[in-house]
Design a protein around this ligand. Sequence first.
Ligand code: NAD
Ligand code: DAU
Length: 352
Amino acid sequence: MTILVTGGAGFIGANFVLDWLKAGGEPVVNLDKLTYAGNMENLASLKGNNAHTFVQGDIGDAGLVEKLFAEHAPRAVINFAAESHVDRSIHAPEDFIQTNVVGTFRLLQAARGYFDALGDADKQKFRFLHVSTDEVYGSLEPTDPAFSETKRYEPNSPYSASKAASDHLVRAYHHTYKLPVLTTNCSNNYGPYQFPEKLIPLVIHNALAGKDLPIYGDGQQIRDWLYVGDHCSAIRAVLERGRLGEVYNIGGNNERANLDTVKTLCAILDRLRPRKDGKSYAAQMVFVKDRPGHDRRYAIDARKIAAECGWRPAETPDSGFEKTVAWYLNNEAWTKHVTSGDYRNWVAKQYA
Ligand code: NAD
Ligand code: DAU
């Protein structure tokens, strides 16, 4: 049997595919549109591996998705494909509605048609796992309890609103059509292969390039940071042990103000790759205009996934940040290809 992964050339999707195949999981059919965020270089180590079939295409292309279900008969779909950057959603929301809402709807429709035609034994095994975000729950005050799965949805950006809409569609396909769905809502990820538009890889890249480290507003916004490998293991745990129709929050027990996160990254860089002038990279920090509608705090109550699926993060905040900085220092060519735009030529170069 196979699994169908969507968005598997992006940051989390690529980490998931690599971890899954390394652990001896079933063959993967990887459907990715290769937007600016999709990067085949992330999957370079799978070249020649027959357990990985890459298909460039859109989750919103109903004909293509139906064809993939018919050809590969997956026993599960893991839907990572999305427009994922909040700042881009503020400047240009349309793509977020197309992929995150319409695309998820088309994928659900195709999954439903496929599921309905399965025999009873295959129906029992089939899962549609939708990867979502903690941002659907809105913003917390400093003393509010962390987000539980029953927290009311209060999305504040076009990105989080589009993800919230997709979550509701997934829920409705379970309730109405009995599609065996699972939804995960995760906090901020960091780790290898993250596009350097997001805070952590941006800070590492800019620090090494001698550029400003932009801190939005007062830098006191709080995020809960989770190492991407822990997110991948959480998804595997929910896929195996999650109850159908349920939602599972995933978090790293690592709430930090952005300013502290950037200072921590600078301190690690100071140790691993000191600046030539002996000053700290923290000298490059600059306070800039705040993000419109910027959520103040996210925090995750991850007790449900721990109790029901036996999952806990393996990395501590310190070990995860250290590992990540080391990865970017050891893989400077990857960041260089992304920032120069060279990664876009990767498919042509690699598969010519
Ligand atoms: P990403 O932007 O790095 O990757 C998204 C991938 O989806 C890219 O490879 C892109 O080419 C592909 N894609 C976009 N539109 C597509 C379409 N219409 N059809 C097929 N493929 C398409 O995103 P990410 O950070 O890896 O996030 C993956 C998922 O996890 C998203 O659903 C996101 O909402 C969710 N999530 C992300 C985080 C985080 O911190 N990054 C946290 C929680 C949840
Ligand atoms: O919470 C989960 C979400 O985390 C995911 O659903 C999103 O896909 C993912 O992009 C991420 O959203 P954020 O907006 O929290 O991540 P980002 O890395 O863009 O920003 C993290 C925090 O850092 C946020 O408070 C904004 C701030 N920031 C960001 C950038 C890029 C800065 O202060 N300066 C910056 O230059």
